[in-house]
Design a protein around this ligand. Sequence first.
Ligand code: ATP
Length: 756
Amino acid sequence: MRLKTLEINGFKSFAQKTVLEFNNSIVCVVGPNGSGKSNVVEALRYVLGEQSMKSMRGKSGLDLIFKGSKSLSKGSRAGVTIYFDNSDKVFKLSNSEGGEINLNYETVSISREVYSDGLNKYILNGSEVRLKDIHNLLASVNIGSSGHHIISQGEADRILNANMVDRREMVEDALGLKIYQYKIKESERKLERTEENMKEVTLQRRENAPHLNFLKKQVEKFEKAKEMQADLAILYKEYLSKESVYLENEKNTLSLQKDKLKSELENVASKISATEDNNSAEGNKKINALRVVEGNLNSIRGMKSEMERKLGRIEGMIEMETRRAEQNIAVVEISQEEIKAVIADINNSIDEAISKNDVSEVKPILERIKSILKKFSSQNTEKSGENIEIKNLKQSQQEILEEMKGIESKEKDIAKSAELLKQEINKEMEALRDLEREKFTWKVRQQELSSALELTAIKEGNLKSRTEAFLNEIKEGVALIGQEILAYKDEVAEALLPPAGGSKASATTQEELKRKIERIKIKLEDAGLGSGAEVLKEFKEVSERDGFLAKEMEDLAKSIESLEKLIADLKEKIDLEFKEGVRKINVEFQEFFSLMFGGGTGSLSIVVENKKKRKNEFEEDESVDVESSGESKEEIVFEKGIEINVSLPHKKVKELNAFSGGERSLTSIALLFAMSQVNPPPFLVLDETDAALDEANSRKYGDMLEKLSKHSQLIVVTHNRETMSRAGVLYGVTIGSNGASKLLSVKFDEATAIAK
Ligand code: ATP
C-alpha cells in the first residue's frame, strides 16, 4: 500500500485543482510564509476524516471552501481526494456482521467534499460512505484517526502536552490498536443493543405469559373435551346401535305378541259364544212337560184321596146300615138299573176329569160327582128298604174300589213318566253346568288375554316414548359430536338380533351407557367450548410467537456471550499488544533520544489513573444515545495512561515543563519517530517540525528522516535547507496576486530559493 496522489480542488487557498504526486519516499513542500503549505497538510487531514475544525484552522466547513479574491470568485465546494495504491489488497472494510472484507480495488480513492450549505460527503471509490467506514478503512492500514502521523505546524510537542490518557490513545493509535478499539466500541454498542433487545423480549414474553397460560389452559380444556367427545362418540355408537336393535326387537316382539293375543282372544270369544248358543230350549220344554205331568199327577192323587174318602164313608154307611138291619127290619130294595146309571154317570165324570190337564178343571167335575152321589143316596132313603140300601152301598163300594184300581194304575203311569222326565232334566242340567264351567274357564282366559293385550299396549306406549327419546338422543348427539355418530347404523347392520324378550341384561347395560353419556354431556357443557377452533388457532399463534421469542432470547443470550467474549479477547489483545508496543517504543525512544541529545534517557511508563467518566463520552457523535444524553451519568473508571520519563545528559532537570523549546521539540520528535518505528504508518506528515532545530540537530533530524522513510512515506513541509536536501521530490507552493495557491515541482536550488 502506498500513497499515490493528493488532489485538492477548491479547498482553502487551492482555488483550482491541484495534484501532488508522491513518487518518492520523501516529498518536501516548500514555499514562502502564507503560500498555502499548511493547507496541503490540512487537505490531507481533511480527506482522512478529521472532525476537529480547530485542527484545520476553521470554525465551520465554510472556512474550508475557497473564499474568493479580488480576481477570483468564491467556490461553492471544497473537495479533496487521496489515491492509494492497493495492489497488495490490504485495505479492509468491516461488514455489518463484524467481519472484514478486503477491498478488491487496485487503487483505493477516498474523497471528502464540503458544500457551502454545510453538506459533507465521504466517497470511497465513487460510492458515498459514512465517516465510520472511512475510519475503519484507514485503521485497517494503520492510519489512525488521532492523527499521530500528521504533525501540524507547532504541534510537534502535542504528545508532550497531552494528558496521560490522551497520550495513551496516541500511543495506541501509533501501535495500530485503534482498530481493536473500534471493534470494542462497536461490540459494546452491539452488546448494549442486544441487552436492550433481550430486555424487550423478556418483557414481551412476560406480558404474553398470562395470555399464553390462559390459552394453554383453554386448549387443555378443549383437548380434554375433544377426548370426552371421542369417548362420547364411542359410547353413543354403542348405545345407539344397541338401543336401535333393542327397539327393533321390542317392536317385533310386541307386534308378534299382540297378534298372538288377538288371535287367541278371537278364538276364546268364539268359544264363549259357542257355549252361549248351546243354551237349550230343549231343557225348558222338558221342564214345562214335567210341570204338566206333575199337575196331572197331583189331580189324580186328589181324585184318589177323594175316592178313598168316599170309600170310607160308604164303608161306614154299610156298617151302620148293617147294624140297623140287624136290629130292625126291612131293607129298602134299590133296582139294578138305578145303580148302573149312577155308576155310569160317575165313571163318565171321572174319565172327563182324567182327560183334563189342569187341576182347576177337575174340580167342577168332582163337584158334579158329589151331587150325583148325594141325589142317589137320598133316593135310596126315600124308596128304601134297608136291604136294598146295603146292597147298593156294597155295590157302590165295589165300584169305587174298581175305580180306585184304575186311578191308581193311572197314577202309577203318570208318576213313572214324571220320574223319567225328571231324570232327563237332571241329565240336561248336569250337561248345562258343565257348559257353564267351561264358559267360566274361557271367560277367565279371555280376561287374562285382555290384560295381556292391555299390557302390550302399555309396552307399545313405552316403546313409543323410548323411540322418541332415542330419536332425540340422536339429534343431541349430532349437535354435540357431529354426523359421525350416525355411523351407529353400520354397527346395527352388523349386530345380530338377540333372541326376543332377552333384552333385560342389555337394558341394564343401556342404562349404564346412558348414565355415562349423561355424565360426559354435563362435563362437556361445563367445559363450554363454543370457539375451540379459534382458541386453538390463537394458542398456536401465540405459542409460536412465544417460541420465536424464546429462540430469540437464546440467540440474544448467545450473541451477548460471544460479544462479551469478543470484548474480553480484544481487551486482552490490546492490553498485551499495548504493553509489548510500549516496550518496543521505549527501545526506539531511548535510541532516538540519546541520538538527539547525545546521551540521557527517555522512556514511557504505563500508569493507571482514576478518572470520572461520562458514560457516553466515547459515543460517536453520529449515534447519540437518546437515553443517556439527557442525564449523562458519571462513573469512576480506571484508565491507563502514559507517562514520559526523561533525563537529559549532564542536566538534573527531569520535568518536561522545564525543558527549553528546542529540547521539547527534540524530545517530541524522538518520541514521535520512535512511535512511528514500532508500527510504521504508511506515511508521515511533518509540518515544520524542524523549525526549532539548529544546524547540528537539523542534520540529526535529516538522518532520522531517512531512517523513517525506509518504512513510511514522508511528506515534509519545511524551510530547512538540510531537510530539503534529503527530499527526492520537492514541491514549491506560491500564492499569486489572485489569492490562489499554486503548486509546482521544483529542483533543490529552486526550492531553497522559493523557501526564502
Ligand atoms: P507559513 O510558512 O507562514 O506557515 P504557509 O505556507 O503554511 O505559511 P498557510 O498557512 O498554509 O501558509 O496558508 C495560509 C494562507 O491561506 C493565508 O494566506 C490564508 O489567507 C489562505 N487561506 C486560508 N483559508 C482560505 C480560504 N478559505 N480561502 C482562501 N484563502 C485561504
